[in-house]
Write a protein that binds this ligand. Sequence first.
Ligand SMILES: [Zn+2]
Ligand SMILES: [Zn+2]
Length: 268
Amino acid sequence: MPKFTCKVCGVQHSPAQNPPARCLICEDDRQYVRAEGQKWVELAQHKNQHDTIWHKVEDNVYRLSITPHLVGIGQDPHFIQTQNGNYLWDCMPLINDQLIEDIKAKGGLKAIAISHPHFYSNVVDWSQAFDNIPIYIHINDRPWVQEASDNILFWEGDELRLEDDVTLIKCGGHFNGSSVMHWAGASDGQGILFANDTICPQKRINSISFMYSFPNVIPLPARKVAHIGKIIAPYKFDRLYGAFKENVMPNADQLVQQAVKRYIKALE
Ligand SMILES: [Zn+2]
Ligand SMILES: [Zn+2]
């Protein structure tokens, strides 16, 4: 049976004879359905007409993007080579033989961790392509998963230590399960935060914001942003990497705390 993927958000759904009637993720207030209506594609039919660009962000960290554009909002995951194995942070709606070969040449993939539902893409295909590696998703976002799989490990609580130097932190806010990934072991000995829409770098250099919905410009309440600042405070990181090219550095941990204060002040 085919698997249908939403053209706007790039989220693949469980195999079905016919496309789903609607995309719950796009109909939610945080996303949108285009004026022409809901459209679906089968990624499997397109995968060999697209390539992956490996953007080296720093030693052992790459941002991956699809060319030409296929589906979705331009989600770019990060490929991270830690001392204990390679991780994919978030996902993009493409996996093909060339990409699998390239990743294997870089040491393969140990696990995938996802920040929130806008980045589910075809993550189950990715897991299966690397011998069913685990996919970490916070349990609060379980209702948003559109393709069920035993490979998904729903984690609970505020933190999950994946390695001595790799931790998932549930911040909430954008989604109830919105999470970030902290890596303490970058090559220069500094920490890095992969933060995506949870703590979101903006166009202006070193500017950060927080939103319930970015496309529909719906803010978060001050208490949720204060919570993000509080839960992230114990972590040291020099760089904060977003999913859409914008990054924040150096001293990104301090800049996050300043952004929390700025945001709450703006709401008062
Ligand atoms: Zn969608
Ligand atoms: Zn989002």
